[in-house]
Structure formats: C-alpha cells, structure tokens
Design a protein around this ligand. Structure first.
Ligand code: C2O
Ligand code: CU
Length: 490
C-alpha cells in the first residue's frame, strides 16, 4: 500500500514526502522520495520482538511511463521495510521465501551467532520460512539486510532485495539529534541501475575494469529523481551505499559543510565537519545538514577517490557525477537543536593486546590466493580475544573489505591515521590499490566451531566470483569443524 504522507511514517506503508504545491519541478527531481515503512512487529509471550519479512518477486514502474520492471522485494515490489529494535531486545524475524529460487537474508553489521547470520550456510528454500533469533547487543546504528546466496548475491540485491535495520539505544536517545523517522531522520538508500528499452533492469558489467555492474540511473529508496520536503532546520540523512559495485562521494552541490555523526557501526565520538563523505558498497554514513527556509539543496555524488593510478572516469564508464536527492526546505522551518560537540564514548581497541595478526591479500577474485569454498574454514578466531588484520588490495582493481559479526576499528590506512569517516566503528572499508588497511577487532560471546562467518569484497560481482573467505569463532583450545559443502537447506 502506498501512503501519501505529510508527517511521520506509520508502520506498514511506504511514505512519500508531501508533493510540493509548485509544479515547476526541475526535470531531475520530479518525484517525492519514497521512505521505507517501519516494519510492524509484535512482542510474543516470551518478550521477543517478532517481525515477519516476505521475500517475493514484484514489478515496479520506476519512470512513471507504464514500463514495468521485473523486481524483487521484501513485503513489496522493491527493497523492504525498515526493521527497528532497541539494544537489549531479543528479536525474531520470520523470513518467508516466496521467490522462485532459494535465497538467504544476512543482517549486515549485526553482532549475532553465526547460525543466525543469514550467510550462504543459512539458505531458505522456495516456500520455506527461516526464523533466526538473537539479542541485539551493540550500539545504536544504521545496519541493513540483504540476501547472501553464494554466487548469486549480486543478482538478488540488484533485483531489489535489501532493507535497513536500525538499532536504537539509550545513549543515542539522550542526544539532541533529529530522530523523527521520515521527517528529519531519513533513510537514503542509493543504488545505480541501467534499464533496457522495455524497462527491465540491465546488468551490463563493466568488463574493462571487471568491477561489476555500473548503472547510469540512480534509485534512491527506489525513487528515480527524488526530492524531499524538509520542514526542520536540520535533517539527518542515513546514507547507505546499496549498490552492487559503484562508489559514491557524497556532498552538496554548493559544497556546504555537514556534520558526519555516524559510520557503519554507530555514532562517532564527536561529529566531523566535512564537505564530502565517500562510501563504497555496503558502507553507511549518518550526516546532519542544515538548511535555510525556502532553499533547495542538492545532495550530489562526485568522482570518488579510488586511489592512485585509477581514473574515476574509467571506473565510472564516463559517468562520475550524479545528483542524488533534492532537499526542498519549507518557507518556515521548525527549529532543530545544534548538533552536540560530543556524541558517544568509544573505547579504543589496544592493538598491542592482539593475540593474532593476519594479512589478507585481495587479488584476482581470491583472498590470499584462495577462492571461496563452502567447506573450507580459512581460520579460527578465539572468543574474547583481540585480532589485528592487515587487509591489502594488491591487484589494482577497486575492492573493499567487509567482515561479519564484528565492528572493527581502523588503525591505519597506508601507515597514516584514519580520516574522520573511518575513525568510528566500521564493518566495511574501501581498499585502494596498494594501500594496506590495518584494523582491530574483538571477538566476543558467539562461538561455534562448525558454522562460519564470512569476510569478503562487497563489490558483489567479486564476492560471487569467489573473493570471500570463512572464519569461525571458537572457545580457547577448540579446533574448527568442517561446514558442509552445500547448505543443508539447498
Ligand atoms: Cu553485506 Cu557478507 O555482506
Ligand atoms: Cu573486489
């Protein structure tokens, strides 16, 4: 159900920012931004918050010209509702697969037991229901969910299967930040697509660079050419790069500064005043921008910095600038409090306490020369230990690095201290060619010698092609088991 909305977003229906009264829309910003509905939930007799999520095929007229694109989505035709839970809550998600083929649903950025993770070992057959449950135990953050079937993740995500999972906590709630969902706290899921003449998604891979699919049209929460009516002085945008391969370098057309308040795993210790924030596939950023009454401000992505020797236009297939979203400020704006100077404390992980150090080399669709194998555990981490990993892209193709279960801290990039956008909790980080990224993380509670977590390149074509590995978390002295070559549900 589509709800035309002029205030908050009720659970259940997709909401659109109120259509403007003036009809002189810029050609590029002709449609109100769709806002994913908050998923409905109930609390069961055991006190668990229960969600239902149904993956299904769909159709969507993205351009308003009657051409129906074949898509897939959760509870709808494209993308899915925003799940939301508080730290400390136990959640259950009943995921029903109504797709023609099998899939899985991974909770990207979530700290949870491996068998609940939704990776390629937790496949859901067509017609089946998978009901993972876990206790949310991490700081407030903008997380997301998407399928993770080995070899098919790009296809499933490209068709539209993805959504947000917001974690709330008391610390975030105590800060004077914009948090009215769909009003001054707005998800911005950015994806690039190409369309064929009859309106179907076209997956043309950029084989010159072997990066994957690079589209020429942006979908923002599934909307082509969106604008957002802003009614408050400040608006918080939760940016997700939900694309399969493209990087974005987000900023505003007039170069106005904004406050970066959060990264993948939650709020930063203090806001960083920036004019650009670059996100590779899977990364998130929360920003707060100030607008003046009556003005129109364009969120724009300019050429990303891919690292030395990489020409942005080669990467982008000639296209490196995209207008993402127009903010249309009302003539009278509700005052918003200033962004506080400090946000949340962040305890630094001590790299000297690391009990293991690993080096992961990304090259040729493999990590350390090995292509992903379902029945091979690449290494075991021990519960309640710290590890330091040096992750390096040695083949000159853009890659990034994502690890399941944990949020890490970036110690250095090519030997230098991380910039502000990499100084908070992260689960995904861009790997510029030949620039080693050192990260530190702690493995806690969830150990299981038989069920692996994944780490991989989040350029999904690379992930599908084998640039992925598996690790387990074990008890001290325990040896890793051997997972099945094919998932039991296959
Ligand atoms: Cu967002 Cu292993 O994935
Ligand atoms: Cu890659």
């Amino acid at each position: 159900s589509l709800v035309l909305c002029c205030g908050g977003v009720a659970a259940g229906g997709w909401a659109y920012s109120r259509a403007g009264t003036d009809t002189v829309d810029q050609v590029g910003f002709a449609r109100p931004l769709a806002v994913p509905p908050l998923a409905e939930s109930r609390v069961d007799e055991r006190g668990r918050r229960v969600f239902d999520l149904l993956a299904r095929d769909g159709r969507r007229d993205f351009h308003g010209d009657g051409r129906l694109t074949r898509t897939a989505g959760f509870d709808g035709d494209y993308l899915g509702p925003t799940l939301r839970a508080r730290r400390g809550e136990q959640v259950v998600v009943n995921v029903v697969n109504r797709l023609a083929g099998r899939t899985s649903v991974h909770w990207h950025g979530m700290h949870l037991p491996a068998r609940m993770d939704g990776g390629p070992h937790q496949m859901i057959r067509p017609g089946a229901t998978w009901s993972p449950t876990w206790t949310v135990d991490q700081p407030a953050a903008t997380l997301w969910y998407h399928p993770h079937p080995h070899g098919e993740t790009e296809d499933h995500v490209y068709r539209g299967l993805a959504g947000l999972f917001l974690v709330d906590d008391d610390r975030e709630a105590a800060l004077p930040l914009p948090r009215r969902y769909g009003v001054d706290d707005v998800p911005v899921i950015v994806q690039d697509r190409s369309f064929s003449g009859d309106g179907q998604f076209r997956k043309t891979r950029n084989m010159i660079n072997a990066i994957g699919v690079l589209g020429d049209t942006l979908l923002v929460n599934g909307t082509v050419g969106p604008y957002l009516d802003v009614t408050t002085e400040r608006v918080r945008l939760r940016l997700l790069n939900g694309s399969t391969a493209r990087l974005y370098n987000f900023g505003f057309a007039d170069d106005r500064p904004f406050d970066l308040i959060g990264s993948d795993g939650g709020l930063l210790p203090r806001p960083a005043r920036l004019t650009r924030v670059q996100l590779s596939p899977g990364e998130r950023a929360e920003i707060v921008v100030t607008v003046r009454p009556g003005e129109r401000v364009t969120l724009r992505s300019t050429a990303p910095d891919l690292g030395a020797g990489f020409l942005a236009d080669r990467f982008a297939g000639g296209r490196d600038r995209f207008d993402v979203l127009q903010l249309r400020a009302a003539d009278r704006l509700t005052p918003s409090p200033a962004v506080p100077g400090t946000l949340v404390p962040m305890e630094r992980i001590d790299p000297d306490a690391a009990s293991a150090t690993r080096r992961l080399e990304f090259a040729g669709r493999a990590i350390n020369g090995q292509s992903m194998a379902m029945d091979r555990i690449d290494f075991a981490a021990t519960r309640d230990t710290t590890e330091v990993w040096e992750v390096v892209n040695i083949d000159g193709t853009p890659h990034n690095f994502h690890v399941h279960d944990v949020q890490f801290q970036v110690l250095s990039v090519a030997g230098a201290a991380p910039p502000p956008e990499l100084a908070g909790w992260k689960d995904t980080v861009y790997l510029a060619p030949q620039r080693p990224v050192r990260i530190a993380m702690r493995f806690t509670d969830h150990s299981d010698p038989d069920v692996p977590y994944m780490y991989h390149c989040h350029l999904l074509y690379h992930e599908d092609a084998g640039m992925m590995g598996q690790f387990v978390v074990v008890e001290p002295g325990q040896r890793p088991g051997r997972p099945p070559a094919h998932s039991a549900h296959g």
